[in-house]
Design a protein around this ligand. Structure first.
Ligand SMILES: NC(=O)CC[C@H](N)C(=O)O
Length: 303
């Protein structure tokens, strides 16, 4: 097998060789105006090595990938009590589905679809102000990445709020079912802001290290919880494309509508890939292709 830097350089070249980049998210202008023809990848290993290729230092909107960090904090705060409010089954529906939430009386299917992440955000927010909650989330992400240069993009957050009709519908429905502790506007404001964190692929791969489960790195959460977060990423991390991603790649992973994907190779590595064009499930098109090839070439599938 060629060394990892060579594999990444070849992957980067091959991803750029075709122009089927997919379509960027169009629901807010800040994402709609991103050039789809970009690709970056970063890998951090349990041994502390970092490998990158392509646009690995370009910041992008991590969006739903922050749901992993919020869930880790919510579980740290509330433990298994959280599961009274949100389930842990794959949704088989779009990430912003309204119909499923009604059919299931306001208990979202899992913490990685929008309704579920609104609930975990609400849980972390309970008893605090949005400012403190966002500071806690940012602090967690920065500590995980060993990098203080990670920030919330206020323009993206404002735009999410201005265009967030569907998320408002989900939050109000949750409130009507008694599954929101805070006013919908307050919880959503916090949710929109943590989704609006910008990171590069390098920063995201670094931030994912706490999910690797190894004695070689500082521990941020307990091993049983790491395993459970990984299980949820595998089964629910790509919305209604989760089965397809598990089939093609075979790694626990979480995607965001900004075109990022964070994948974990248990015991070995954290991988972040970014390419803003999306496939029909709203997951990065080239990012998924690249992950599939990398996992195959490195023999990294967990199966
Ligand atoms: N899939 C995503 O990344 C969705 C996150 C986005 N902020 C939303 O709420 O719609």
């Amino acid at each position: 097998m060629p060394p990892l830097p060579e594999i990444l350089a070849q992957l980067n070249a091959d991803m750029r060789a075709t122009d089927d980049w997919g379509d960027v998210a169009a629901y807010i202008p800040q994402l709609a105006s991103v050039d789809p023809a970009q690709f970056g990848i970063a890998i951090t290993t349990a041994d502390g090595e970092v490998f990158t290729a392509g646009d690995a230092d370009t910041p992008f909107s991590v969006q739903s990938i922050t749901k992993v960090f919020t869930l880790a904090i919510a579980l740290g705060r509330s433990g298994d009590q959280l599961w009274k409010r949100v389930g842990r089954e794959p949704s088989g529906r779009a990430f912003n589905s309204i119909v499923q939430l009604e059919a299931e009386q306001g208990r979202p299917r899992n913490p990685f679809i929008n309704a579920g992440a609104i609930v975990t955000t609400d849980e972390v927010l309970t008893g605090r102000e949005p400012r403190e909650t966002l500071a806690e989330i940012l602090q967690f992400v920065r500590a995980a990445a060993s990098d203080d240069d990670i920030h919330i993009n206020e323009t993206v957050a404002a735009s999410e709020t201005a265009h967030g009709h569907r998320n408002f519908a989900l939050a109000h429905f949750l409130a009507s079912c008694g599954n929101l502790n805070n006013p919908p506007e307050k919880t959503l404001g916090t949710y929109f802001h943590h989704c609006a964190i910008d990171m590069s692929a390098r920063q995201l791969a670094m931030a994912g290290r706490f999910l690797i489960e190894t004695d070689k790195l500082p521990r941020m959460i307990l091993p049983p919880r790491i395993r459970r977060l990984n299980a949820l990423m595998l089964t629910c991390g790509h919305y209604d494309g989760s089965g397809d991603f598990a089939y093609r790649v075979g790694l626990p992973a979480k995607s965001g509508v900004g075109g990022g994907i964070l994948a974990i190779v248990p015991g070995r590595a954290s991988i972040a890939v970014w390419s803003p064009g999306l496939n029909r499930y709203g997951n990065s098109k080239k990012g998924t292709q690249a992950m599939a090839r990398l996992a195959r070439e490195m023999g990294w599938s967990i199966f």
